[in-house]
Design a protein around this ligand. Structure first.
Ligand code: PRT
Ligand code: MG
Length: 221
């Protein structure tokens, strides 16, 4: 499904991604006509009649773009690794909403010896694919427990020994008596484009990709 070829739809999530995307949109001459934080609108018009923005959950952005309900979107690498990236062209790391994917445990938990002794580790996370690949490559046996949020609570109440979660300032870990024991990978947000839309709407999409690449100091082709 690709909507009409005279307009483009950009999928964004509220919060940090939206905030950090605004300056990039500005460089492409695009200004949203509403603020999603205050307006409750999920479909936002812009100063350009041929560009509209939809506001969706961060983890739903790849799905909207994959099916062509949005032509392009911005999603964290964490989200893309879980989605799998099917049907998506990923031309550009926008280097926004940066953080790190980490393994964390309670301060008192001896992670290093647990791993050394080959103990089976219970790990709570929203990021099953990433966690499976990480522990698999280290040869650490884990039982993964899927959570949808507040992973930091899991070790405190005995649901898991470790978590895999995103860390930026480290304040959430600190406030919950946790420490990071391994960095899995650095995370930032990427531009994602529907592959069919890129062909059918290149005349509209390419100038936008070019402005974004210029803004982050890269070449998009
Ligand atoms: O919040 P919601 O459930 O709707 O979805 P979401 O959490 O996926 O969305 P959002 O907007 O919070 O995050 C969107 C994207 O921002 C993520 O997919 C990441 O790529 C990126 N990002 C960057 C972060 C963070 N930094 C971050 N710190 N996403 C989440 N966090 C959380 C983290 O999970 C932890 O709970 O913030 C907490 C840790 O922060 P510090 O500063 O205390 O370390
Ligand atoms: Mg969040």
């Amino acid at each position: 499904m690709v909507s009409d070829t005279t307009t483009i739809t950009l999928a964004l999530s509220k919060g940090r991604i939206y905030d950090e995307t605004l300056p990039l949109l500005e460089t492409a001459g695009i200004q949203p006509l509403d603020d999603p934080e205050t307006s409750r609108k999920l479909l936002i018009a812009t100063n350009r009649a041929d560009v509209k923005i939809i506001i969706v959950r961060a983890s739903d952005v790849p799905t909207y773009v994959q099916y062509g309900a949005a032509d392009l979107g911005i999603a964290g690498k964490d989200v893309l690794l879980e989605h799998g990236g099917e049907g998506l062209y990923q031309p550009l790391d926008l280097e926004i909403a940066r953080c790190r994917m980490m393994v964390a445990v309670e301060n008192e938990f001896d992670y290093e010896s647990a791993v050394r002794q080959g103990a089976r580790l219970r790990v709570a996370t929203k990021y099953l694919n990433t966690a499976r690949a990480h522990f698999g490559s280290k040869g650490v046996h884990v039982d993964l427990i899927k959570l949808y949020g507040s992973m930091e609570l899991a070790p405190l109440v005995g649901l898991a020994e470790a978590i895999v979660d995103l860390v930026s300032s480290g304040n959430t870990l600190k406030a919950n008596n946790l420490r990071a024991v391994e960095e899995i990978m650095p995370i930032s947000s990427r531009l994602i484009v529907n592959q069919a839309a890129l062909k059918l709407k290149r005349h509209l999409l390419q100038p936008m990709l070019d402005s974004f690449s210029e803004a982050v100091g890269k070449v998009s082709r």
